[in-house]
Design a protein around this ligand. Structure first.
Ligand code: PGA
Length: 242
């Protein structure tokens, strides 16, 4: 099974022209067999979705309802554009005040529309230093997955301190943490179902360390921020697995 490689463009680039350029370059050089998703800003999704591509599209967020919610984007709107994945609960959104309760509602809404959520979880530096990583991740999963029956979903383990810091998680730490997340998923869903949930690693991934997370830490894929904005680097990462 090819790893799932997801690019999170965050609040970049600043014009449609630049977004199109990046997308076209990725599209042109992408290895045929790669399993890749890019998550651009909402405002670029319509234009990029209209282009024929093997790259799948994801959104970086969503709202869980439609109607009188000024400024929000509903899951149905995303679905109607052809978006397949939705990142939920990224730590940068949690830092802006997104709670586990809201994340749980968003997850349910995404699953109801049969899109695939990429649920982000991760501990702070302080949690890790105080040996609270397992507890923190378990708590997030418990609250975020409350009342959710098994469906196709992806979990992204992103230690907050490793994001955009050039200080990626050590491979041994990532290996142990992946097993821990899997163990918890087995407790929530059945053993067989838990096996179907892909677990990605994210946090300062680049072309030099990408394969270590897949081959050594046995991650099922990667969630990549900074390096996904550089077409050549993202393609170099994809090529390592094809
Ligand atoms: P980074 O971001 O690769 O720039 O560390 C990862 C993410 O936030 O998803």
């Amino acid at each position: 099974m090819k790893p799932l490689i997801v690019g999170n463009w965050k609040c970049n680039p600043e014009s449609l022209k630049e977004a199109q350029k990046l997308f076209l370059e990725l599209n042109k050089r992408m290895p045929k067999k790669a399993q890749a998703v890019v998550c651009p800003s909402f405002i670029f999704l319509k234009d990029l979705a209209a282009r024929k591509s093997a790259l799948q599209l994801g959104a970086q967020n969503c709202f869980y309802q439609s109607g009188a919610f000024t400024g929000e984007i509903s899951v149905k709107m995303l679905k109607n554009l052809g978006v397949k994945y939705v990142i939920i609960g990224h730590s940068e959104r949690r830092a802006l005040g997104e709670t586990d309760k809201l994340i749980n509602l968003k997850l349910k809404a995404v699953l109801k529309e049969k899109l695939i959520p990429i649920l982000c979880i991760g501990e702070s530096k302080k949690d890790r230093q105080n040996n609270r990583t397992a507890l923190k991740l378990k708590n997030q999963l418990k609250k975020d997955l409350k009342g959710i029956k098994f469906s196709k979903m992806v979990i992204a383990y992103e230690p907050i301190w490793a994001i955009g810091s050039n200080n990626p998680c050590r491979i041994e730490e990532a290996t142990v943490t992946k097993l821990l997340i899997k163990k918890y998923l087995r407790e929530v869903f059945s053993n067989k179902k838990a096996e179907e949930i892909k677990i990605l690693y994210g946090g300062s991934v680049n072309k030099k360390n990408a394969s270590l997370y897949i081959k050594d830490a046995k991650m099922d894929g990667l969630l990549i921020g900074g390096a996904s904005l550089k077409a050549k680097e993202f393609i170099d990462i994809l090529k390592q697995f094809c």
